[in-house]
Design a protein around this ligand. Structure first.
Ligand SMILES: Nc1ncnc2c1ncn2[C@@H]1O[C@H](COP(=O)(O)OP(=O)(O)OP(=O)(O)O)[C@@H](O)[C@H]1O
Length: 597
């Protein structure tokens, strides 16, 4: 394969979701799970620990799990087992010499939306993971989360922020910038687009969960902050978290740098720069859009970037003392996350109890995992043979997460949402009303219906929605009832107009048919007369000669049975008016036909 990344099914589904309709309608959605396999590290190469994951294509990863060597033998002669056969697949196998069990090699197969092979670059991961869609949706008012999951040293921090020591402000075009930096750039490029009618406010916070304590990374007091439940938003939140207003891209970059500097990092046998905490960077995006009718609509979206600490086998990392305690806390919270993911992915269990409250991490991720958010999980794996059991664990974890469904919604003030929906309905009904009136020509010609015209309904005064926040209950309910009444009146009027239109259409059909019949009779009479001219005697018994009689259109011609017309024969062409007037367009059409003949 020429490219270093391996796209599976999401490549097509992603583009479907880019359509405006897909963005507006938000049916249940699965968590989007992508896999990134890092290259072998220098240490692994030095220790002759070759790559063993295979990518056979179609979003699949194959893992050979049966091998004839014992665990001890594998540990001692630890070859790579991850291979990349292409097409989105990963194959985990032993080396040929050790892979054959009694019945030949056994593989475990996994399937994912997108699989990034070791050569995939940082821009590849940003562009093809679905991250751009998350940024777009956050601007539209959705709550979105990108989280990295994987064993220690598998490349979570590298994927989110780049290699250790990466300076955010240094070179904006540096190829090693991670997803967070690239998302910042993309976010600003979208916000600075041509939407002058929308005003955006960005507020950013950055926290870490270290040994089950929530620490503010932007207000470096190392004080533990409480996590509480909000009845209003029906989600957990961190109390007293410091937020920074970010007007410029530089503000965001400064926040990222500050937080990265303050986060807990430690060294162990498997990673010299190991994150010892889970971190969560959140960009809250509030948009105020001025609608056509002068109304402001506010939406609140957000992007969470979550860098989980890596699961670690303490035997392998040789952790002790402080590092061991950190590892235990990390593993414990990841285990709770695992229970939650496992319950949520099981259709029978997902409606039951989900143990979010068992760790701070799951409390804060609850909404992203099963609530109203849109979530991208990047599972990072190592290709090394020595990490095969962690790689299998990560892939199993990721496969379960892929089955979780969320129901994304746009976050809006409920009062604004109600008023907006009523206003939309009123606008739709008004335009329907307008259309019906035009069709029935009620505007200029005055009404042709029997009843007098009803006075036009008035649009409620334009309203600045920022005022709504200050309105008391009675003012609000008055406003809502105003819209509801107008809505009801428009519905009624439109229903009546529809009935009238139906009646007229039916009359028109009858009239046309009668007209054709009359014209036919006229033709017959004309040809009869010419025949009569040539005949010696008239066959007519009428006192009026056929010559004198002229058929004038009567909407009530004797054969007409329309509901609004009486049978009538008009014998005089001077007769002023038919008893009922038809809409002008119909009348003109009929006149045209008559004259034409
Ligand atoms: N895709 C990659 N390409 C090149 N180097 C990588 C890649 N992924 C990871 N690395 C390197 O591997 C090392 C470990 O990566 P990283 O610190 O991101 O792992 P981690 O999963 O965050 O670990 P921990 O859970 O211990 O924090 C780093 O030096 C990183 O730069």
């Amino acid at each position: 394969m020429a490219r270093s990344l391996n796209l599976g099914s999401i490549a097509s589904s992603d583009s479907d979701k880019d359509s405006p309709e897909a963005k507006q309608s938000v049916p249940e959605d699965n968590i989007n799970v992508v896999i990134r396999c890092r290259p072998l590290s220098k240490k692994e190469i030095d220790e002759n620990d070759p790559g063993v994951v295979q990518f056979p294509g179609g979003g699949q990863i194959l893992v050979s799990i049966k091998c004839s060597l014992s665990k001890k033998e594998i540990d001692e002669n630890d070859p790579g087992v991850v291979q990349f056969p292409g097409g989105g697949q990963i194959l985990l196998s032993g080396l040929d010499s050790i892979i054959h069990g009694d019945n030949g090699p056994k593989t475990k197969q996994f399937s994912f939306n997108v699989v990034f092979e070791p050569r995939a670059s940082q821009p590849d991961v940003f562009l093809y993971s679905g991250m751009t869609r998350l940024v777009q949706m956050a601007i539209e008012g959705f709550s979105t989360t990108c989280f990295c999951y994987g064993q220690t040293g598998s490349g979570k921090t590298h994927t989110l922020t780049g290699p250790p020591g990466m300076k955010e402000a240094a070179d904006p075009f540096h190829p090693d910038h991670g997803i967070i930096f690239r998302s910042f750039l993309y976010l600003f490029s979208l916000l600075q687009g041509d939407r002058q009618d929308i005003h955006y406010v960005l507020k950013v916070d950055f926290l870490e969960i270290y040994n089950e304590k929530v620490i503010d990374l932007l207000n470096n007091t190392k004080r533990s902050l409480p996590v509480r439940w909000s009845k209003k938003s029906r989600s957990f939140f961190v109390e007293n978290l410091f937020t920074v207003d970010c007007e410029e891209l530089d503000d965001l970059l400064a926040v990222l740098e500050e937080g990265m500097r303050n986060r807990a990092i430690g060294a162990h046998n498997m990673n010299e720069h190991s994150s010892r905490s889970h971190t969560m960077l959140t960009i809250n995006i509030t948009s105020e859009q001025l609608m056509d009718n002068g109304v402001y609509i506010t939406k609140s979206g957000k992007i969470n970037f979550v860098d989980l600490a890596g699961s670690e086998m303490t035997k392998k990392t040789h952790s002790e003392g402080k590092t061991l305690r950190e590892a235990n806390n990390i593993n414990k919270s990841l285990m709770v996350l695992g229970y939650c993911i496992s319950s949520l992915s099981d259709p029978k269990k997902r409606t039951g109890h989900i143990p979010y409250r068992d760790s701070k991490l799951t409390k804060l991720l609850a909404d992203s995992l099963a609530g109203s958010g849109v979530t991208l999980m990047i599972a990072t794996i190592s290709p090394a043979r020595s990490n095969i059991s962690e790689t299998l664990n990560t892939l199993r974890y990721a496969a379960r997460a892929k089955r979780i469904r969320t129901k994304p919604i746009i976050v809006m003030d409920p009062r604004e949402a109600l008023i907006l929906s009523l206003k939309r309905e009123v606008a739709a009904l008004q335009s329907e009303n307008e259309h019906l009136r035009t069709a029935l020509q009620l505007e200029e010609a005055g009404h042709t219906l029997d009843e007098p015209r009803r006075p036009r309904l008035k649009t409620p005064p334009t309203l600045d929605l920022s005022r709504i926040a200050r309105m008391d209950r009675s003012e609000l309910s008055e406003l809502v009832s105003h819209y509801a009444k107008e809505n009801e009146a428009l519905r009624q009027e439109n229903a009546e107009l529809f009935t009238s239109r139906d009646l007229l259409v039916r009359d028109q059909e009858l009239v046309c048919r009668e007209n054709e019949r009359l014209l036919h009779t006229l033709e017959e009479l004309a040809s009869g007369r010419s025949r009569a001219d040539s005949l010696p005697a008239s066959r007519s018994s009428s006192s009026t000669s056929s010559n004198d009689r002229e058929l004038v259109y009567s909407p009530g011609g004797s054969v007409l049975q329309g509901p609004r017309f009486k049978p009538e024969i008009v014998g005089n062409k001077e007769d002023p008016k038919p008893p009922h007037r038809l809409p002008e367009s119909i009348q003109k059409e009929l006149d045209k036909r008559r004259i034409g003949k």
